[in-house]
Design a binder for this molecule. Structure first.
Ligand SMILES: [Zn+2]
Length: 302
């Protein structure tokens, strides 16, 4: 009997040891999981969780280069993955670039037209040779509420106190001349290519802002509004929106246009994107890398 209880005790002890051992193995596994390198796919899965909109089946927000299983050493957010931005990201040890606009010079990043093109080849090879990952984050950054680009841009414009229709980016500013508004924007954005259609001394206060390149119909739709005298936008087809404004002025209407350039009109939204990403990515550094204004103009005001 005594012998049996001893055996029983021994068995109990052994199973307790086993439990301890299992526990420590589980803990080790947990630690291992925490230290496993962050994969590109995990970054995108987290982005999908964080946006307020459904992830669309048809979207340009896809991997343009790199493998989704690749480990991420750091993330650069940018308006556009230019060759220069890619080099700066690589030098900073950031191998994943999240870009708002295309990498390969067309909306769908189609490469067939560029296969033999030396500029394209050098860019693609740089990305591949350095095991970089490029992901476009355009549609869903605009669709999430509030629109990520518009949030960053409102801050950058410095007009948050003047919003009269926040969702439409319509502002009522202190009355000033068109020249003063253009000067303010040039200074604020350190822009090198602001272009203006309209008389310098036109007194204005009602401004509509439009990001990027939404098309002439969207831009003209804003210009038609009673609450808008000046449309501040990114880029446009010169023979559409620009000529609409020119005709409106010739008819005595108080309408003007200021074009900041596409990059200036959206870039601050990708600076904000880096801050947003840091809210749910802590394993690797996240940094905004500006692509900057690609244009310059000779100093010859009209
Ligand atoms: Zn955009």
């Amino acid at each position: 009997m005594r012998y049996l209880s001893l055996l029983f005790l021994l068995a109990l002890c052994l199973s307790a040891c086993q439990v301890e051992q299992d526990k420590s193995t589980t803990e080790a596994k947990a630690i291992q999981v925490n230290h496993a390198p962050l994969k590109a796919k995990q970054v995108i899965d987290r982005i999908k969780e964080q946006v307020t909109c459904e992830w669309a089946a048809k979207t340009v927000d896809t991997f343009k280069e790199g493998n989704e299983e690749s480990p991420v050493t750091g993330i650069a957010s940018t308006f556009l993955a230019t060759y220069d931005v890619l080099k700066r990201a690589h030098a900073a040890g950031l191998n994943m670039v999240i870009t708002h606009e295309p990498t390969y010079y067309n909306h769908l990043d189609e490469t067939a037209f560029f296969e033999e093109d030396p500029v394209f080849q050098k860019k693609r090879d740089f990305i591949r040779d350095n095991n970089m990952i490029v992901f476009r984050f355009h549609d869903h950054w605009h669709r999430t509420q509030p629109d990520g680009i518009s949030l960053g841009m409102k801050e950058r414009l410095g007009w948050t106190d003047y919003e009269i229709r926040p969702n439409d980016l319509i502002f009522k500013l202190p009355t000033q001349s068109l020249q003063a508004l253009a000067d303010y924007l040039q200074e604020r954005f350190q822009a090198t290519s602001v272009r203006v259609v309209g008389p310098k001394d036109m007194e204005i206060s009602k401004v509509g802002f439009s990001m990027g390149s939404p098309g002439s119909r969207a831009q003209i739709g804003i210009l038609r509004m009673e609450e808008v005298e000046v449309l501040v936008g990114g880029e446009t087809l010169e023979w559409e929106t620009v000529e609409y404004v020119r005709d409106a002025q010739a008819q005595g209407r108080k309408k003007a246009l200021i074009l900041l350039g596409h990059a200036n009109s959206e870039e601050a939204g990708m600076a904000y994107c880096a801050e947003w990403l840091k809210g749910f990515i802590s394993e690797v550094p996240v940094q905004f890398i500006p692509a900057g204004d690609p244009f310059w103009t000779p100093a010859a005001p009209k």
